[in-house]
Design a protein around this ligand. Structure first.
Ligand code: MTE
Ligand code: MO
Length: 224
C-alpha cells in the first residue's frame, strides 16, 4: 500500500531561538559552516525532511547528514556504471564539455513550498549516459549523493523526459554548495526529493531503487 505523503509528520517549525541564530549567522558566509548544521540537526526528528527556510527566492535547503559535501574541482569525479558496456568516470571539466542544455522550470517540494522560474543549465541524461552505452536491459538509474546515505532513482523514461537534467548551474552561476555543488538532478515534474543533490555516482539498473525518502514513507510515484 502506498502512503500519502501528506500523512507524514511535517517538518517541525524551527525553534525561534535557533531560527534567529541561524538568521544572524546567515548574514555571514559562516552560515554554511558546521555550526549551522548542528543547529539544524538539533531540530530535526529524523523522520521528515528539515528544510532551512533561508536562501534567495524562497528556497529551503535540505540535507540529511551534516556537513554538506565539499566540492573540490580537481578531485571530483562522476562515475557511471552498472548495466553499461563501458563504465565511465567524468571529471568536472569533462562534464562541462558535454552538450549543454538550459531550461527555466518550477521546483516543488512535497512539504508544500515551491520556487518558480528557476533557470538551470546542465546536461540531459541521454547525453550524459551515451558514453557509457547503457545495455538494453537497463531501465532505470540510481543517483547516489556524496551526502550519504542519500540516494534516489528515476526510470530511464523519466530521466530523459523533457526538462529533466543533471544541472551544474542555477540562475546563471555555478551551483552553490547548499544546492548540491557541483551537480544535482532537476526533474521539475516530480517532487523535490527526486532531485538528488551532490550527485557523484549513477548506476544503471533493471528496476528503480527505493529512494531515501521513499523508504521513509514518501511515494515512489513522485509526480507533482
Ligand atoms: N543529497 C540530498 N539531496 C536532496 C535532499 C537531501 O536532503 N539530500 N533533499 C531533497 C528534497 S526533499 C528537496 S525538496 C530538494 C531541496 O533542494 P534545495 O535544498 O536545493 O532547496 O533537494 C532534494 N535533494
Ligand atoms: Mo522536499
Amino acid at each position: 500500500m502506498q502512503r500519502n505523503p501528506n500523512d507524514l509528520p511535517q517538518p517541525r517549525r524551527i525553534a525561534r531561538r535557533t531560527f534567529l541564530g541561524v538568521l544572524a549567522a546567515g548574514l555571514t558566509s559562516l552560515w554554511w559552516g558546521d555550526a549551522a548544521w548542528r543547529a539544524v540537526r538539533s531540530v530535526g526528528d529524523g523522520l521528515s525532511p528539515v528544510g532551512i527556510p533561508i536562501g534567495a527566492g524562497g528556497w529551503r535547503i535540505f540535507t540529511v547528514n551534516a556537513p554538506m559535501p565539499v566540492f573540490d574541482p580537481r578531485r571530483w569525479r562522476l562515475r557511471i556504471e552498472g548495466l553499461v558496456e563501458r563504465p565511465v568516470e567524468l571529471t568536472y571539466d569533462e562534464l562541462l564539455a558535454l552538450p549543454r542544455a538550459r531550461q527555466v522550470s518550477d521546483f516543488h517540494c512535497v512539504t508544500g513550498w515551491s520556487v518558480e522560474n528557476v533557470a538551470w543549465a546542465g546536461v540531459r541524461f541521454d547525453d550524459l549516459l551515451a558514453e557509457a552505452r547503457p545495455r538494453p536491459e537497463a531501465r532505470a538509474i540510481s543517483l547516489y549523493s556524496a551526502e550519504k546515505p542519500y540516494v534516489d532513482s528515476l526510470t530511464l523514461e523519466q530521466a530523459t523526459a523533457a526538462d529533466t537534467m543533471l544541472a551544474y548551474e542555477m540562475d546563471g552561476k555555478p551551483l552553490r554548495r547548499p544546492h548540491g555543488a557541483p551537480a544535482r538532478v532537476v526533474m521539475p515534474k516530480m517532487y523535490g526529493y527526486k532531485n538528488v543533490k551532490w550527485v557523484e555516482r549513477i548506476v544503471l539498473t533493471r528496476e528503480p531503487l527505493v529512494g531515501y525518502w521513499e523508504e521513509r514513507g514518501y511515494d515512489s510515484d513522485a509526480w507533482v
